[in-house]
Design a protein around this ligand. Structure first.
Ligand code: 2P0
Length: 349
């Protein structure tokens, strides 16, 4: 028995993804179409994730959203894009005669609650998990199935990659309407069970320049970014896919570090320049290179997004020793005082 005055409630989770070939720069701001393809690793469901609950009810007067307990502006254009696209698909499905949602619930307003199990301020790609989770949960509520990464992309570019698990590419596409700018799984989460991911927090402060405005300035001013998008990334996408397919850690790690470094070089080439790495980030980079050199092989890789925190890739057998080395060089406490340069290990893959 369904009582129409009772809300219909669905809860879903979506994990963070970490790019190993970086997305930076749009060719279309409204549709969120990138200037290059990118490739990422999606964390496991029990790691860094967003949990979203969507309720619909005949009694709701308007759409509303709460992020980490605080009500936010539902009129945000990217939120509106996601809501509009999901409702459009639901209406289409109903008109096509599929068993989707009935017309009553399609006209219902939604209340959305979204929480992260990690600090948003830590600069750990919260928009990727957030919009992926929002789109997936709304789709469940309105009975929409099939390809949804194109809708998640319109919430936040990197969100399209969190719609799939394992190793995921976001193909830039070349259509003006963006219909071919979608995420696609390269290998499933079971493909490389020995791979591990650690997060080293260099600072939990908010980043000074947001990704959206940062990449706008880079597209306008950096000729290195143009070169990277046109002449570097296409080859790296092929090499990275191959390294992952073969589980060739050294190749995967070197490409990952080079791509992170080139992304930060394009930030420095932006005018005025953008600095995301701090002193601790630079020490982590040096430590990783010294560590690898000591063993005469690439055992550990770093990558940094639009913030100073490091994401480390390594293989299971090297985790205990590398964690020990990090704790030696970045002791969590000195004389009872929390060390400013402390690195806290946040998550495992
Ligand atoms: C990435 N980043 O590939 C790159 C690496 C940051 C550095 O995707 O404007 O939050 O919402 O599309 O997705 C961050 O950019 O930007 C990002 P919008 P988004 O993960």
């Amino acid at each position: 028995e369904e009582r129409t005055e009772q809300p219909h409630i669905v809860t879903c989770t979506a994990p963070v993804n970490i790019a190993v070939i970086k997305y930076w720069g749009k060719r279309n701001e409204d549709l969120i179409l990138p200037i290059n393809s990118s490739l990422s690793v999606t964390l496991h469901q029990d790691q860094l994730k967003t949990t979203t609950t969507v309720a619909t009810s005949r009694s709701f007067q308007e759409d509303r959203i709460w992020l980490n307990g605080k009500e936010e502006d539902i009129t945000h254009p990217r939120l509106q894009s996601c809501l509009r696209e999901i409702r459009r698909l639901a209406r289409k499905r109903r008109n096509d005669g599929d068993s989707g949602v009935d017309s009553a619930s399609l006209s219902h307003k939604v209340h959305i609650c979204s929480v992260n199990n990690f600090p948003t301020a830590a600069g750990l790609a919260s928009s990727a998990a957030g919009f992926a989770c929002l789109v997936y949960t709304l789709a469940r509520v309105f009975g929409v199935e099939g390809e949804l990464s194109g809708i998640a992309r319109q919430g936040s570019g990197s969100a399209c990659r969190s719609m799939y698990g394992g190793f995921v590419q976001w193909i830039m596409g070349n259509k003006e309407d963006g219909k071919d700018s979608l995420a696609q799984q390269v290998e499933p989460e079971t493909h490389w069970p020995e791979l591990r991911i650690l997060v080293l927090v260099a600072s939990a402060e908010r980043k000074p320049v947001g990704s959206t405005s940062g990449m706008q300035t880079s597209v306008k001013t950096s000729c290195l970014l143009k070169h990277r998008a046109e002449s570097v990334v296409p080859g790296r996408m092929v090499e990275m896919t191959e390294a992952i397919r073969k589980k060739d850690f050294a190749a995967f790690a070197e490409l990952t570090m080079k791509d992170s470094n080139q992304f930060h070089a394009t930030c420095l080439d932006t005018y005025p320049p953008i600095f995301y790495l701090n002193h601790v980030s630079q020490q982590i980079i040096s430590l990783v290179h010294r560590y690898n050199k000591h063993y005469g092989e690439t055992r550990v890789a770093y990558t940094f997004d639009a913030g100073p925190n490091a994401v480390i890739f390594t293989l299971q057998q090297h985790v205990p020793e590398f964690v020990h080395v990090v704790q030696h060089f970045f002791p969590p406490e000195t004389n009872g005082q929390v060390n400013q340069g402390a690195c806290i290990l946040l998550g495992y893959f």
